[in-house]
Design a protein around this ligand. Structure first.
Ligand SMILES: Nc1ncnc2c1ncn2[C@@H]1O[C@H](COP(=O)(O)OP(=O)(O)OP(=O)(O)O)[C@@H](O)[C@H]1O
Ligand SMILES: [Mg+2]
Length: 1035
């Protein structure tokens, strides 16, 4: 479906489709004189389901009698804000065009929908409303207005439409609806005018037709309860006003559903419950009234079915007696003489029907007024002055038998045709003339002459009819006809039986006259003209109704009416007045025409009856319309309007043109390169021949509009931004100055603090060696810290290094402590790092110091070398080791050394070795390594001198028989040996150091020798010439 609608424009635009789908605008028709071509184009399009075609701005709509998928939301969107000729013809395009003119140019609009019964006028008016509702705003307040506008239709249709032989939903009244908008195009209210309801239908219907829908809807759709209240039965044949039930049920009409729709619509339009109750009571009362019958005795009528009267009385809230009397009597007030006379049966029936019609007619008018109250705009502040009107009024009617109603309807159509001529054909041509544009006048028939025939004062048919109705005497329909003939026989549009040729006489009765309407000849039967025009309702009935309990009825029959002695206007005069009023309303609006055509009489889809259509084309004046259109210009506007709108398209006229608007337009169109035939310049207006020229201009303007808007926007934005910028700059500068001030204050404070600090520092420095005085405290602390850091980097690392960095005054005490601590630390570290062997060495050295320091002169010479256990030269080591291994008997070797032994006698030196064990001292032969002595340590003593020599005397006690006398030895490392011996025995008593120049020693058996001790010369031990042993000690 969507693709279908999307394809439509393209399909229609393609010229190759022209043969099949016809042209969209009759202006494009090649032969505009040919009716055949005209009908042919309509037919082609109808067969392609293209029911809409233009003649210029006039839309022709052919009733498809089937639903077409061209009225969806999407379709509405497609037509929204499009150029009229941009899209294929559619009722939405016409509506959009009118709607935009209203909103943008503030010009009142009216959409005039005409066509004969069943041609689709009412449907078209609904589409217009649908479009307007769909493309305006969606605020909730608006929704309710739109809802009311839309819902007014089902209510009016229920009460004002009926099934006829030509249309199952034929409007039996004329309707003009104004829609009010606010400046944004949103509907805010509405107003309805109704015209001439066909009220005779209430009491009588043609064969095959029905009464107004509401009667059937009520009987089918109301609840049992409601029916009971209304004293109604659900059967149609119970009511004589419904043709005794004949034609009541129609295939295409669902009365139950429609009734529900009406009830729902009534509540949307804010009908109160009691109003609804009253309305349905009235409808029911009309049905009951139809069932009231009369007997007649001696010319006096009497109600024969009082039940029906009782029901009416009860439903309307009137007294049953009063109603009965009013139906059967007539009161006449003749110049103050009030006379009541009984009615005969015929007149009673007449009175009954008149009452039924009056009640229904007035109810309908009341409904319209009630709707208007509901549709009234609540807030008129934003309202546009202009409105959009939609006129859906009965089309031209030609029946076999035409009566007063057809006369009224056709009169109305004559008036509308006049309007059409005024607004389009005539005004168009007049305008060309006025503007001085060369122009070939088009011949068209002006129906003014027929309008005059009908409505001219004193001479016209209406005047004659009224005159006949009002005159005293016995006027009848026939006397009326005679008068007509008398006065109008000469009129070219009036044909009477009397004065016609026999040929014509055969086609009409003696009680008929014929009018040559613009749309064709119509023969009217005068029967009933007077009655219908008088529209007489007896005073008694009016009076009774004015006292009704039913509020609506009471308001419909005001008391003043029956008391007023002046005759009310006749029906036709009322109608003419309201029509003239309507013409005035329409005259000042911009019209849009929708000409509806019905394609066949069978009300069926797909049938296109050429003859029927041609007839309608003729009486709608479409051919003339086309001819005028083709000769004219598509568009015209005053120079001011045109220049004002399009001046931005030329440099010469933008932004303002200094000269006259006409000159401005001349420059503008020259600039736009209009062709010489594209336009004409009239006295006050510019005329543009082809729509396309205008659209190109409009498109260019639309594009330009954006440019202009952009320039204005950019200027405005620039200004805004600059203002914003300047404000921001001011603010920033203020802020900056505050910041700078703050920062400067900070800097000043810091500098002051720094100066104070530096001053204090200098003072502190100068007095750094003084006692803390408030200035130097920090300095001192700092100094201490710096000293400690410096000290930590300069600490001595060697235990023997006694150096120590200097210290400031305030650290001297600490320095002393630290020095000591550090030395202890180094010593401890040194100690902890010593090996066992080295430790032993030190112990021996300490022992040696104890034994020999300041006691023996060569002690100092022993200090620098480490003590050793083995002083045996290499060449003797094996033998000595051998001895130690074999002969020591498990004792531990302590020391071994070579030595020299001096004999006790003669002091001859001999090579020997000494070996010290933990138990004894062994002396071995220097050559044989044989043990010479074994001297147990507990038995012997060692003696040495205090000099720097290596003499050792070993005193051997006597009991050691084997060893005779003391042993005199020269030992190379005497301090080493002495220390080891004392260490081995554990006491120093074993060693004695003598400080004498001589030393005695035992030889044998108490005999003693002497050893001299001298100093100086080459140290050594020698035998002097006297046989003494001399020890020469070092210095
Ligand atoms: N555009 C349409 N699309 C489909 N069906 C349509 C269209 N227009 C009219 N019809 C059909 O034609 C019928 C008659 O149309 P409508 O009631 O609008 O005629 P009318 O001109 O108002 O007649 P009347 O003068 O009797 O009131 C509608 O009930 C509907 O079935
Ligand atoms: Mg209608």
């Amino acid at each position: 479906m969507a693709s279908d609608s999307a394809n439509r424009p393209r399909m229609e635009r393609g010229l190759h489709d022209r043969d099949r789908a016809g042209v969209q605008d009759f202006v494009l028709l090649e032969n505009i004189q040919s009716e055949e071509a005209f009908i042919g184009n309509l037919r082609k399009r109808f067969q392609e389901n293209l029911i809409y075609t233009y003649i210029g701005q006039v839309l022709i709509s052919v009733n498809p009698y089937k639903q077409l998928p061209i009225y969806s939301e999407n379709d509405i969107k497609e037509y929204r804000n499009k150029h009229f000729y941009e899209m294929p013809p559619h009722i939405f395009a016409v509506t959009d065009n009118a709607f935009r003119s209203l909103i943008e140019e503030n010009k009142g609009q009216c959409v005039l929908i005409s066509g004969e019964s069943g041609s689709g006028k009412t449907e078209a008016s609904k589409k217009v409303l649908q479009y307007i509702a769909a493309c305006s705003g969606h605020q909730s307040t608006v929704e309710s207005v739109k809802e009311k506008l839309l819902k007014s239709n089902p209510v009016l249709e229920a009460f004002g439409n009926a099934k006829t032989n030509r249309n199952v939903n034929s409007s039996r009244f004329g309707k003009y609806m104004d829609i009010q908008f606010d400046y944004s195009g949103t509907p805010i209210g509405g107003h309805i005018l109704n015209y001439l309801l066909e009220k005779s239908r209430v009491v009588n219907q043609n064969a095959g037709e029905r009464n107004f829908h509401i009667f059937y809807q009520l009987l089918a759709g109301a609840s049992e309860e409601e029916l009971k209240r209304l004293q109604l039965k659900r059967s149609l044949d119970s009511y004589s006003y419904l043709s005794d039930g004949q034609n009541g049920v129609v295939k295409y009409i669902d009365d139950v559903a429609d009734f529900n729709t009406v009830k729902q619509a009534m509540s949307v339009i804010d009908f109160t419950d009691s109003e609804q109750k009253d309305i349905f009571s009235i409808i029911a009362s009309v049905l009951h009234l139809g069932n009231v019958t009369f007997n007649e005795a001696e010319g006096v009528a009497k109600v024969s079915k009082p039940d029906a009267v009782a029901a009416v009385a009860q439903l309307l809230g009137v007294s049953q007696n009063a109603l009965t009397d009013a139906l059967t009597n007539r009161t006449i007030d003749a110049q103050g003489d009030v006379v009541t006379s009984p009615l005969n049966r015929e007149l009673s029936v007449y009175a009954r029907d008149a009452l039924a019609k009056a009640i229904y007619d007035r109810l309908f008018t009341w409904l319209v007024q009630r709707l208007n109250r509901s549709l009234q705009a609540k807030d008129l502040r934003d309202a546009l002055n202009n409105v959009m009107g939609i006129l859906d009024i009965y089309g031209f009617e030609i029946f076999k038998k035409n009566s007063f109603e057809q006369f009224c309807i056709n009169f109305c159509n004559e008036k509308l045709q006049q309007l059409f001529i005024e607004l389009t054909l005539k005004s168009e041509q007049d305008e060309y003339q006025r503007e001085g544009i060369e122009w070939v006048p088009v011949e068209y028939f002006d129906n003014k002459v027929i309008c005059n025939l009908i409505e001219e004062k004193y001479k016209g048919i209406i005047s004659i009819l009224d005159e006949e109705c009002l005159r005293p005497g016995e006027p009848t329909d026939i006397t009326f006809l005679a008068k007509l003939t008398d006065k109008l026989a000469a009129h070219p549009h009036y044909i009477c039986h009397e004065k016609s040729s026999t040929l014509v006489q055969k086609t009409m009765g003696r009680d008929e006259f014929r009018l040559v309407h613009y749309a064709g000849d119509v023969t009217y039967n005068v029967n009933g003209f007077l009655d219908k025009n008088n529209d007489l309702l007896f005073r008694d009935l009016k009076e009774t109704m004015s006292r009704a309990g039913n509020d609506i009825i009471r308001s419909c029959f005001p008391e003043g009416e029956y008391k007023n002695k002046k005759r009310p206007d006749t029906a036709i005069t009322q109608f003419r007045n309201s029509l003239n009023n309507l013409m005035d309303i329409l005259m000042c609006k911009e019209p849009s025409y929708i000409r509806c055509i019905k394609p066949n009489d069978q009300q069926q889809a797909g049938i296109f009856d050429d003859e029927l259509v041609l007839h309608q084309v003729k009486y709608l004046g479409l051919m003339e319309n086309l001819r005028v259109r083709r000769a004219g210009f598509a568009y015209r506007r005053t120079y001011e309007t045109f220049l004002n709108r399009y001046k931005s398209l030329s440099k010469a006229t933008w932004p303002n043109y200094k000269g006259s608007p006409k000159e401005g337009v001349r420059e503008l169109v020259a600039d736009l390169q209009y062709g010489p035939d594209d336009y004409r310049l009239g006295a006050t207006k510019v005329f543009i021949r082809f729509p396309k020229t205008l659209f190109d201009t409009e498109d260019a303007f639309q594009v330009k509009k954006h440019d202009i808007a952009a320039i204005i926007q950019s200027r405005w934005k620039g200004r805004q931004q600059r203002r914003k910028y300047l404000k921001l700059r001011d603010q920033i500068i203020t802020l900056q100055s505050y910041c700078r001030r703050y920062l400067a204050i900070q800097a000043l404070r810091r500098r002051r603090e720094a100066a104070t600090k530096i001053r204090a520092f200098i003072k502190g420095f100068i007095t750094r060696n003084d006692a803390p005085n408030g200035y130097n405290d920090e300095f001192i602390v700092n100094m201490k810290r710096m000293w400690l850091i410096r000290l930590s980097k300069q600490l001595p690392t060697e235990v023997l290094d006694k150096s120590w960095p200097s210290s400031p005054v305030h650290c001297q005490e600490a320095s002393t402590y630290l020095h000591r601590l550090h030395r202890l630390h180094l010593a401890r570290k040194y100690r902890l790092s010593l090996s066992d062997e080295r430790k032993r060495q030190f112990e021996l050295k300490v022992l040696a110091e104890k034994l020999f320091k300041d006691k023996k002169a060569n002690y100092l010479a022993s200090v620098p070398y480490w003590f050793q256990n083995d002083r045996i030269p290499k060449e003797h080591a094996a033998e000595i080791n051998n001895f130690v291994g074999t002969s020591l008997n498990g004792e531990t070797l302590k020391y071994a050394s070579p030595c020299t032994k001096f004999d006790r006698h003669g002091y001859k030196p001999r090579e020997r070795f000494v070996v010290l064990s933990n138990k004894a001292l062994y002396v071995l032969d220097g050559k044989s390594y044989k043990q010479k002595h074994r001297l147990p340590l507990e038995k012997i003593d060692f003696v040495t001198t205090n000099h720097s020599d290596s003499l050792l005397v070993i005193r051997i006690p006597l009991e050691l028989k084997k060893d005779k006398g003391d042993l005199i030895l020269e030992i190379p490392y005497i301090v080493e040996l002495g220390t080891l011996v004392v260490d081995t025995v554990g006491t120093a008593n074993i060693l004695s150091i003598v400080s004498r120049d001589t030393l005695e020693h035992n030889v044998v058996k108490g005999k003693a020798g002497v050893i001299d001790i001298q100093t100086g010369g080459e140290p050594g031990i020698v035998r002097d010439k006297g046989g003494h042993l001399v020890v020469i000690a070092g210095q």
